[in-house]
Structure formats: C-alpha cells, structure tokens
Ligand binder design. Structure first.
Ligand code: ZN
Length: 281
C-alpha cells in the first residue's frame, strides 16, 4: 500500500469511527427530545384536564380527612356565615339529563343552589328533585311550559305558575315560594302573582356560548359577594363548567347558597310581586 493509500485509509477509518460517534450522539439527542416532548405534552394535557374537572381535587383530599370529634354541647355550625362572601347559583329550564351530575357535584362540596324548574319536567324527575331538597337545594318555579309570560292573559299566567306548583305539591306536599319569570320578562299580570320574582346579577350567557371554559371565565371574572348567577342545567357545557366552578368558587371564599339563604343572610325579606336581582352589600 502506498503512503497516499495509507493516509486515505487512516482518514477513512477515522471518519467511520467519527460517523459512529455522530450517529450515537444523534440517537441520544433524539431520545432526549422525545422524552422532554412527551413530558411537556403530558403536562399540557394534564393541566387542561385539571382546568375542566380537577380543580379542587387537593381540597377534596383535605375534606376526606375525618372531621375532628365534636365536643359535647358544642353548638351546630350555622349553614351560612352571614359575614362571609356568598353567591347564589341558579339553574333554569331543567331538570335535564345533565342535572344529576350538577346535584352530585354540589353534594360532594357541601354546596347548594336554586333550581327553577319547569312544571312539565317535575313528575319524570321526582326522585332527582327530592335529592335536591335533601342536600339543601331550593326549588323554584319557572312556569309549566316556558312561554313568554308577558304574551299571555292573566289567567294563562296564573295557570302556568300554579300548575307547576301543583306538580311540585304532588312530590313535596307544597309548591315553590319563588318564581323566575321566563326570559326575565315581566308585566302587570306577572307582577300580580303572589310570589317574589327572582332575576339575576350575573348572566353567564351559557345558553348562547355553549362553552364550558368561557362560562367559567365569565363567572370568575365578574362574580362578587351577593350575586345571583343565571345558568341553565340543560346544557352539557354548563354541567362541565360546574365540575370545576363549584370547587373554584369555594376556593375563592364564596359560600354557595340558595336564593332564600342569600336574602335571609343579608336581611332581605322577599315580598310578592317584587323583583330581586342580587343581595350585594
Ligand atoms: Zn328559562
């Protein structure tokens, strides 16, 4: 072999060794990239899931700790602390196939809400309505078949409201004491009904946007102590939002109470034919 061949041979052999090293380094780099990428990707998915469902999982663990033994003669803790912030979540138009999940979430967090139900949905959902009452929720009247009450005669208005209370009376022995007028629309015949009319101070527009995360943002971005929040338990997106919102609102210090509890805690006596929007301080 000539000197030149020898040199080339040596060079070639060095290059091949070098090539192996480069390939090795590349493989290590690719493996590192894949590991980091899958970790970051996994983190992203986990964070999104947490946002939708898992908020408050940590607190839940806290809650699962056994309660300290109650001292003999210690007074019962009141259901509502009047000086602490509170809001009333209200759900219209149900019950629907999504309502039970909301009720279960409320129960899980020892929270309450007010459900303004439609009369024609009472009988098929009697068990669920009983469960609402059992966990301290309030049931209100949202008409029998959801017409715009202001387009009806006074007799028709009365029939819409009273037939709903009759349906509730068949389940509970008495009707609802609060009415939420459909579309929030009132006129004289509606105002003359012998019930307080519950409106709202936070409109989530959940019926329009149908986006759980946007509903969450709407509420967390605007809600304040004493608000009444309008929601509809007939949308899956609203149900999804509640999974995160109920713990998230409690985490921010809000007690989740019924409309009647809110008003009572703020010293408001509700009167027939009066409209109520909130009980802010
Ligand atoms: Zn409605």
């Amino acid at each position: 072999m000539s000197r030149i061949d020898n040199r080339w041979f040596r060079h070639d052999s060095w290059a091949r060794r070098h090539k192996k090293m480069i390939v090795g380094l590349l493989l290590v780099a690719i493996l590192l990239f894949l590991t980091v990428f899958s970790y970051v990707h996994h983190e992203e998915i986990t964070n999104t899931l947490k946002k939708i469902e898992g908020i408050g999982k940590e607190e839940k663990k806290e809650k699962e700790k056994p309660a300290p033994e109650k001292e003999e003669g210690e007074p019962e803790k009141p259901l509502v602390s009047p000086d602490q912030p509170m809001i009333a979540l209200t759900f219209d138009d149900g019950p629907s196939i999504y309502t039970e999940a909301i009720v279960n979430r409320l129960e899980e967090y020892n929270a309450r809400a007010t459900f303004f139900v439609m009369g024609n949905r009472v009988q098929p959902n009697a068990d669920l309505l009983r469960k609402m009452r059992e966990i301290g929720c309030e049931i209100g009247n949202h008409s029998y078949s959801h017409p715009d009450l202001t387009k009806l005669t006074p007799e028709q208005v009365q029939a819409e409201i009273e037939s709903t209370n009759q349906a509730l009376a068949e389940v509970f022995g008495s009707g609802a004491s609060l009415v939420r007028p459909t579309y929030g629309a009132v006129n004289d015949p509606v105002l003359q009904m012998p019930y307080p009319l519950v409106h709202w101070s936070v409109d989530t527009t959940d019926w329009q946007i149908r986006d759980g995360l946007a509903v969450i943002d709407n509420i967390l971005g605007t809600v304040q102590d004493g608000d009444i929040v309008l929601l509809h338990d007939i949308y899956e997106t609203t149900k999804d939002a509640m999974m995160a919102l109920i713990p998230a609102l409690q985490e921010r210090g809000y007690q989740l109470v019924t409309v009647s509890e809110l008003m009572e805690a703020r010293g408001v006596t509700m009167q027939p034919g009066q409209k109520y929007y909130h009980a802010r301080k």
